[in-house]
Ligand binder design. Structure first.
Ligand code: GLP
Length: 261
């Protein structure tokens, strides 16, 4: 794992966008794993800007989102399909047929989960998986006790996740209690994992995920197993990291980061 601490929210977003843009330029038919949440809004705005102003090309890319609420149709403004459409898909030149999210309205949820795994496999696997982090340390909706080898499946949302996301619903009581999420094992199979976390409310969970012991109680700690995982934080989200000087040293010395120093 590498941890990069940027001085501002926007520079953390820009570096994350740079890595995604480089992946798209290197391989236009890249398979991207995508995330939702408030953190990603600024990132998708930046990617949309690069498409508009710099011609960043999504036309051959394929995407798989981490998760979707069970019981929300795609046209529901609180569904993750709707989120992706408004924040990214409608703002870049991606082929909608190559954008995938689990179907939260599927009659047979178990079959939908198996199919989602199959689709990822048929696409050749995810090259670059973007991740946010919930305040409870979840990636996707892998709530505490999610097996570190888990696959795509339905998950009951934890009370604190419901509390965190319910204000986004016009009536908080309408927030679904369950979601389909890629498993921790599914996420760990991506070629590269890229986490973006910003703001002081993420400081504690970022420190625990990167520096704490690995535990199923905090699914983001499983990223310590991944051979190529980059965690990008702003000063606020990085504030509780204890080995900050070391991470800065790696950033200053690894040739990979030279263009960004
Ligand atoms: C939801 C999503 C996660 C996301 C998290 C953080 O729970 N399932 O994938 O990382 O929210 O959201 P925010 O960026 O709003 O803090």
């Amino acid at each position: 794992m590498e941890i990069v601490i940027r001085e501002s929210h926007q520079s953390a977003v820009n570096l994350t966008a740079d890595i995604i843009a480089n992946a798209l330029r290197k391989r236009p038919d890249v398979v991207l794993g995508l995330a939702t949440g408030r953190t990603m809004e600024a990132l998708y705005a930046e990617l949309a800007r690069r498409h508009r102003e710099e011609g960043l090309d999504f036309s051959k890319a394929t995407t798989f989102n981490l998760d979707e609420y069970i019981g929300l149709p795609p046209e529901d403004p609180n569904s993750y399909r709707y989120y992706m459409k408004t924040h990214l898909f409608d703002r870049v030149n991606i082929n909608p047929d190559r954008t995938h999210l689990p179907d939260g309205m599927a009659k047979n949820i178990e079959a939908e989960c198996a199919l989602y795994e199959q689709r990822i496999k048929s696409a050749g696997g995810i090259d670059l998986q973007l991740l946010g982090i919930g305040r409870s340390g979840h990636i996707g909706f892998n709530e505490p006790l999610s097996a570190l080898f888990s696959r795509t499946r339905p998950k009951a949302l934890a009370p604190w996740t419901i509390q965190q996301n319910a204000p986004l619903f016009p009536d908080p009581s309408l927030m679904p209690r369950r979601a389909i999420t890629m498993g921790v094992g599914t996420i760990l199979e991506a070629g590269r994992c890229l986490m973006l976390a910003t703001g002081d409310e993420k400081a504690e969970v970022v420190a625990k995920s990167a520096e704490g012991p690995m535990t199923a109680m905090l699914s983001a700690t499983a990223l310590q197993l991944h051979p190529q995982c980059t965690v990008i934080v702003d000063e606020e989200a990085g504030a509780r990291l204890t080995n900050r000087e070391y991470y800065d040293w790696v950033f200053e010395n690894e040739p990979e980061w030279e263009p960004y120093r």
